[in-house]
Write a protein that binds this ligand. Structure first.
Ligand code: BES
Ligand code: MN
Ligand code: ZN
Length: 502
């Protein structure tokens, strides 16, 4: 889908579908919608009355124009209550439009820019959200479908045009569209990686993707540490988790460095990269194992971010660290009760081999810390417990530095990603004390997401650090909202990109 802005009048532009809007409770359409209504001799108003259309958020009317204006059909989209209107609603409206246009087979769609009129929102932000919604809504993972099915499932629009008559807004809208395209492409890239079956997303595949990502982006480089190198580095925790698998682990270090002199800060992103999590010897039962190919969604988010940093001209020096491995049961697997020495020297009692993510993160966080960054942000499908607490559309946030936590919350606001901060409760630290090692990888079922975060905190030292537990939000069994279809969601990508351009 090509998204663009055109200096054009809604009543004169040719398209298959023309999208206008209306707030709830408004009797006579105004602005662009009013102009279209007049050009159609009051048809919008008439149909609205006949259909008892109240313009509740997301509801719409679609009708033929019978040649009265160049647009073949008009869609009147309900904006809902004006007091409740915000940027994420625009993202959803973009998605509703793309889905409906897809179903109708409309190839050329023209839309009014929601929010930039009487709602008074920034045209660039409105355009970005509209573009994102449109580009994220019709995402489908069709790689393993046969040709016929692929054809049937293709519902993409060719042209999505924002029509604007105010020439002062055009530049801003262009800028917003550009950001929206880059953000949503990066997110869809992450979705593809998450949706890839474990068989085709082994640790070496994650490394290959990282290399491809670095090669396709300027100012970006990558170093892959092999199993042998990890042994020399003393990354026993990561190696321990990988010990049961037939596939060798690796550590991926991506680096984006903008032009000298302009660098703001050094940020390290750490992504959990379990290409499959069977639980190991503490094996998972059937349902909970069935979708564990998603256990590299943190890594996928980091890769998604790296696919876009240079295009966005980020002023941060950004490092991306991924411990890629597979958690499998076998004769060579680690056992419950084993003790592993992490790269920092701190020893870990593996009380449960299914709490493997935090064990691999111990080594990758130590590696991250040694880069002496201004902040570390890790993103990980870490605990089932966070799903119990926050469900499928809210990511768990932890931070040892409130300023960093607040910045991420701001980016969450801007991108429509939901974050909810949970505490790093000091009193619970004793629950992860071990009798045989420095720290234990479980702290009991109660407060499980907090236990995991407290464990990670043991390895970050004093560096400002935030942890995003995306176990609940990385994968959707059913559509989560208008622009988040079932499957890998690519959560975290737009959130982190927003953070890295502000
Ligand atoms: N990868 C899982 C967490 C997870 C669960 C992600 C569901 C996505 C959906 C993690 O490695 C895990 O198994 N955690 C255990 C920890 C427990 C053994 C302390 C869990 O949450 O059950
Ligand atoms: Mn696990
Ligand atoms: Zn896991």
């Amino acid at each position: 889908m090509n998204i663009s802005v055109q200096m054009a009048n809604l009543t004169q532009i040719k398209c298959d579908l023309l999208v206008v809007n209306e707030f709830e409770g408004i009797k006579t359409p105004g602005g662009g919608t009013g102009a279209v209504n007049r050009a159609l001799d009051g048809l919008i108003q008439k149909i609205q009355q006949d259909e008892k259309f109240k313009a509740e958020f997301g509801k719409f009317l679609v009708f033929h124009t019978h040649g009265k204006i160049p647009a073949k059909k008009v869609m009147v989209l309900g904006l809902g209550k004006r007091s409740e209107f915000d940027i994420d609603k625009i993202r959803k409206l973009g998605a509703i439009t793309a889905r409906k246009a897809g179903d109708m087979g409309a190839k050329r769609v023209v839309s009014i820019l929601h929010g930039a009129g009487i709602a008074g929102l920034d045209p660039a932000e409105c355009a970005q959200a509209l573009a994102e919604g449109a580009a994220l809504a019709n995402y489908k993972f069709l790689k393993y479908k046969n040709k016929e099915a692929k054809k049937l499932a293709k519902t993409d629009i060719k042209e999505f045009i924002i029509a604007e008559v105010d020439d002062k807004k055009i530049k801003k809208i262009e800028k917003g569209i550009e950001l929206g395209k880059i953000f949503s492409m990066a997110q869809n890239y992450a979705r593809d990686l998450v949706n890839e079956p474990g068989l085709h997303m082994l640790p070496k595949d994650l490394a290959r993707v990282a290399q491809e990502t670095a090669a396709a982006n300027k100012n970006t480089s990558v170093k892959i540490y092999s199993k042998q190198e990890l042994e020399k580095m003393g990354a026993q925790a990561l190696l321990g988790v990988a010990a049961g698998s037939a596939h060798e682990p690796c550590l991926i270090h991506l680096k984006y460095k903008p032009k000298q002199g302009s660098i703001k800060k050094k940020i390290v992103l750490v992504g959990k990269g379990l290409t499959f999590d069977s639980g190991g010897l503490n094996i998972k039962h059937d349902e909970s194992m069935s979708f564990m190919k998603i256990d590299m969604a943190g890594a996928a988010a980091v890769l998604g971010v790296f696919s876009a940093l240079d295009k966005l001209n980020s002023k941060y020096e950004v490092h991306g660290i991924i411990g890629a491995c597979e958690n499998m049961p076998s004769g060579s697997a680690i056992r419950p009760g084993d003790v592993l020495t992490s790269m920092s020297g701190k020893t870990i009692e593996v009380a449960n081999t299914d709490a493997e993510g935090r064990v691999t993160l111990a080594d990758t966080l130590v590696y991250a810390r040694r880069l002496k960054p201004d902040a570390i942000i890790d993103i990980a499908t870490l605990t089932g417990a966070v799903i119990v607490s926050l469900g499928g559309s809210i990511t768990g946030l932890f931070a040892n530095n409130q300023a960093l936590g607040e910045k991420l919350k701001k980016s969450a606001q801007a991108t429509g990603e939901n974050l909810w901060q949970l505490p790093l409760e000091k009193d619970y630290k004793k629950l992860i004390e071990s009798t045989v090692a420095d720290v234990k990888n479980t702290g009991g079922r109660a407060g499980g997401a907090i236990m995991a975060a407290l464990f990670l905190q043991e390895f970050v030292g004093q560096i400002p650090w935030a942890h995003l537990d995306i176990a609940g939000t990385c994968y959707a069994e059913k559509d989560i909202n208008e622009y988040t279809p079932a499957g890998g969601t690519g959560v975290g990508v737009r959130l982190l990109l927003d953070y890295l351009i502000k």
